[in-house]
Every structure is written in structure tokens, then in C-alpha cells.
Design a protein. Structure first.
Ligand SMILES: *[C@@H]1O[C@H](CO)[C@@H](O)[C@H](O)[C@H]1NC(C)=O
Ligand SMILES: *[C@@H]1O[C@H](CO)[C@@H](O)[C@H](O)[C@H]1NC(C)=O
Length: 231
């Protein structure tokens, strides 16, 4: 599983690092030219020869969640940053690489701000999947933005060779789709055309590689199990 995880990431992530702590990094060019503000920075700037070494230093620093790297200057930061307009960011002259550092348990895949686990040895009903994911301190795969959909479309083809239908953590209750994690109304949908069919189908799955659109389905069917842990 560990080795496979590393292979999957080659095309997605620059600076793959499959060390024991399973730390992986994603470069975000939108944040080039910035670094975290002084209050967000942990300790002093560290000099490292490579971005990989910079992220390794972050991995062994308590509370470090991202790094900014410029030439050999490695800045360790407490937060992850999503937008260049983030108030906690400061402009930094020259070219800077920003990397999110996600720490997942061994066997879990790190993507964006989440860790994902595909249990390849089983398919389950939605309710069993929900229980199984909670028992791992996680929730059912929840695709809540086009960005995460892109992630899933890179991730899921690798895990489900024949049948790519995996549960999504939403449920139809009282004619409204809500998150099965917190009961909130679902704001992002990616239904395939003709979906949802609404024939007493109160759960949802990814339908396959066609842009990873969704379909509704009966919660009692047996589908692939992907758990997600937000970091
Ligand atoms: C996958 O699910 C099966 C059935 O619940 C369980 O026995 C097995 O331990 C699970 N594997 C992982 C890696 O959690
Ligand atoms: C279902 O939704 C309707 C209309 O939005 C609302 O009036 C009703 O109280 C809801 N029922 C339950 C059980 O939540």
C-alpha cells in the first residue's frame, strides 16, 4: 500500500517523499512570492539545500503545517494558506515555492488538506461505510468543491480498477441533500446528466472516470469504501 501511494503521487505532487511519517507535499504556484507573516512563522529561517529537506524539517517541527522555500531559505509556518489574498501572508521578493505539508498515517494518501484511505479489500453499504470510516476517526469521502473533485479524479482511477463507484458522504433527507458528516446542506454538486434520479435513492456515488460525476443510488448497495480525514 505504501509503495503504491508513492507511485500514485508522482504525477500529482512535486517532491514526493515517502518517509515513515508519510509526509507529502503539494506545490501551490498561486502562492508564489509570498511567505507567512511573523506571527505565523515558527522559529528562524532554516537553510536547507532542497525543498524536500525543507519539508522534512517542517515534518519534525511541532505545529508546522506548511513551508515557503526560496533558494535555500526554508520558512516554517503554522497554517496552510489557500489564497494570495490571505491576510496572514506577506509578500516576499524573488521566487518562492509554497508547499502544504500534510501528515497522514501510514497507508493513507495525502492530498490537499485531507488524508484518504481506500479499503481495497471490501465493498460495503453506505451505513457500514459510515461506521467503518468513523471507527478510523474519519468520514466518508466528501467532495465539496471542484478542486477536490479534481483530486478525486486523480486519485480514484488508481484505486478502483474495475468498478470505480465509491460512496460520497451525502444523503437525501426530506428531499434535501445534506452532508452525512455534519448534516449541513450540500452546496457543491457534480451530478451526471440525468442524475439524481430520485427513485428512493437516498445516497450518492461517483459514477466513474467521466469527470467523476455523481449518481444517486440506494444506500443498501455495495460500493467502494473511501474514507477521508480533514487535517
Ligand atoms: C477493510 O475492511 C475489512 C472489512 O471491514 C477489514 O477487515 C479490514 O481490516 C479493512 N482494512 C483496513 C486497511 O482497514
Ligand atoms: C421537510 O421539509 C419541509 C419543507 O421544507 C418542512 O416543512 C418539514 O418540516 C420538513 N420535515 C422534516 C421532518 O424535517
Amino acid at each position: 500500500m505504501e509503495i503504491k501511494v508513492c507511485v500514485i503521487f508522482v504525477s500529482l505532487v512535486i517532491g514526493v517523499n515517502c518517509n515513515q511519517r508519510n509526509v507529502q507535499f503539494a506545490e501551490d504556484t498561486a502562492l508564489s512570492g509570498f511567505k507567512c507573516s511573523a506571527t505565523e512563522q515558527i522559529g528562524d529561517v532554516v537553510l536547507t539545500q532542497t525543498t524536500q529537506m525543507c519539508t522534512s524539517v517542517c515534518a519534525s517541527t511541532d505545529g508546522c503545517k506548511s513551508v515557503f522555500y526560496k533558494h535555500s531559505e526554508c520558512v516554517r509556518c503554522r497554517s496552510r494558506y489557500r489564497k494570495a489574498g490571505d491576510a496572514r501572508l506577506m509578500p516576499m521578493a524573488g521566487s518562492v515555492s509554497y508547499r502544504t505539508v500534510v501528515r497522514c498515517n501510514p497507508g493513507w494518501l495525502s492530498l490537499l488538506d485531507s488524508c484518504y484511505l481506500w479499503n481495497s479489500s471490501t465493498i460495503m453499504t453506505f451505513y457500514k461505510t459510515k461506521d467503518y470510516c468513523s471507527s478510523l476517526g474519519a468520514h466518508v469521502l466528501y467532495i465539496d468543491s471542484a478542486e477536490e473533485k479534481d483530486v478525486a479524479s486523480n486519485f480514484l482511477p488508481e484505486i478502483a480498477v474495475s468498478d470505480r463507484k465509491a460512496w460520497i458522504g451525502i444523503q437525501l433527507k426530506n428531499k434535501t441533500w445534506i452532508s452525512s458528516i455534519n448534516g449541513k446542506l450540500v452546496a457543491y454538486f457534480n451530478w451526471a446528466s440525468g442524475e439524481p434520479e430520485n427513485f428512493g435513492e437516498d445516497c450518492a456515488i461517483t459514477l466513474g472516470p467521466d469527470l467523476w460525476r455523481w449518481g444517486d443510488t440506494m444506500c443498501t448497495g455495495l460500493r467502494h469504501v473511501v474514507c477521508e480525514k480533514d487535517m
